[in-house]
Ligand binder design. Structure first.
Ligand code: CAA
Length: 383
């Protein structure tokens, strides 16, 4: 594996870093404070071609690779974690899922507008009683004539209130447990589809999250992804890609917190010298820098495997787990370096700390990542 970025990837990184620091970072605190969806940011990201990063150009996307995707997400997250997850869900959980599993006619209908940022996508797997145990879906889909009728409630759906279409998972055959789950492309305007309760959150407050209520929701038969029973494998494979994106989000948040703390430590004096001269602070700075680097290497490895078309389930879980736990640690330590200032809104580290927490929860909790890693490692040992 070559760890040097290509000229294109470096240029992309620089372009998105400049854009994110100039356009997104100055607005992030206000969006967070007022829980305002980053609509203007999404529009600008679309103009830069970043709403469909891995989508081929013939379908309206940027035609870039998974490594470029995580480079973009890290930069966006270092400025605004809410904007990063909005971007990530559209790119990974919606578009990448359709790229892999949709028919040609579904791709033509449901990809180009979303890759160009004219419309926004989402992914609805979780339910009020079904989070980690994703196979235990309670939403049902029954075929009646030329339509599936969906009933149930999905919750914690990122982009839910703003999504124009989403991939919804539902049981078509309860007896078969995970093999009875199917995936559907559901449009906002379909009869029986309603946006439910909008969540008020601890962090990523500018990202929109809601319930989706399906009350005899009518979905055309041709909107099933693959065939009946394919849904669980589709959900899991999609989450493998999504988890690399969450790793990138966590790393972006960590980097922003680390840079704020490092700069502060060189400027703040105590006992007659900058606090960066004290070993107690230097050890924190060293640990933060090392763990961020390690997380990025795990993430790049997973993205690289994905770009080579190789299996990367374990590597994505490792990247997400390590990056999200690093993110909690780095943001906590950044607050500690800033002391009382870190606890107040004058500096952004308290927001970084709140934003970091969700990366240990969504797209599979840390506990679930450990299960995925252990299952795969044990399988490898048995051979
Ligand atoms: N790719 C493809 N197929 C996979 C797979 C993967 N990564 N992982 C599992 N499968 C397949 C298996 O091969 C198996 O298939 P067969 O029966 O044909 O052999 C099948 O799925 C069942 O596998 P398991 O026995 O491992 O499944 P399980 O029921 O034990 O569950 C789990 C495994 C890892 C716990 C899984 O349920 C899981 O990942 N749970 C967490 C769900 C999650 O991440 N939810 C987040 C919601 S999305 C979100 O947060 C979105 C948002 O808005 C930001």
């Amino acid at each position: 594996m070559d760890l040097t970025l290509t000229d294109e990837q470096r240029m992309l990184q620089e372009m998105v870093r400049n854009f994110a620091q100039k356009e997104l970072a100055p607005k992030a605190a206000k969006l967070d404070e007022e829980s305002l969806f980053p609509a203007e940011a999404v529009k600008k990201l679309a103009e830069l071609g970043l709403m469909g990063i891995m989508v081929p150009t013939e379908l309206g996307g940027a035609g870039m690779d998974p490594l470029s995707y995580v480079i973009v997400l890290e930069e966006v997250a270092s400025a605004c974690a809410s904007t990063a997850v909005t971007l990530s869900v559209n790119n990974s959980l919606y578009l990448d899922c359709l790229l892999k599993h949709a028919s040609d006619s579904q791709k033509k209908k449901y990809i180009p507008d979303f890759a160009q940022g004219k419309k926004l996508g989402a992914y609805a797997l979780s339910e009020p009683g079904t989070g980690s145990d994703a196979a235990n879906q309670r939403t049902t889909a029954v075929l009646k004539g030329d339509k599936y009728i969906l009933n149930g409630t999905k919750n914690f759906i990122t982009n839910g209130p703003n999504a124009d279409a989403m991939i919804i998972f539902a049981m078509t055959d309860k007896e078969k447990r995970h093999k009875g789950i199917s995936a559907f492309i559901v449009e906002r305007g379909f009869s029986g589809y309603k946006v439910g309760k909008v969540e008020k959150k601890l962090g990523i407050r500018a990202s929109s999250t809601s319930e989706i209520v399906l009350d005899n929701c009518e979905v055309p038969k041709e909107n099933i992804l693959g065939k009946e029973g394919d849904g669980f494998a589709i959900a899991m494979a999609t989450l493998d890609g999504g988890r690399i994106g969450i790793a990138a989000q966590a790393i972006g948040i960590s980097r922003a917190a680390f840079e704020t703390a490092a700069k502060y430590s060189m400027m703040r004096e105590a006992f007659g010298k900058p606090i960066s001269d004290f070993e107690g602070i230097q050890w924190k700075i060293a640990d933060m820098a090392m763990k961020i680097d390690a997380a990025r290497l795990l993430m790049w490895r997973a993205a690289w495997l994905k770009s080579k078309g190789q299996k990367y389930t374990k590597e994505a879980a490792m990247a997400k787990l390590f990056a999200s736990e690093t993110s909690m640690e780095v943001t906590r330590e950044a607050i500690q370096v800033l002391g009382g200032y870190g606890y107040c809104k004058e500096y952004p580290v308290e927001r970084f700390f709140r934003d970091a927490k969700i990366t240990e929860i969504y797209e599979g909790t840390s506990e679930i990542q450990r299960i995925v890693i252990a299952k795969n490692v044990l399988k490898e040992i048995v051979g």
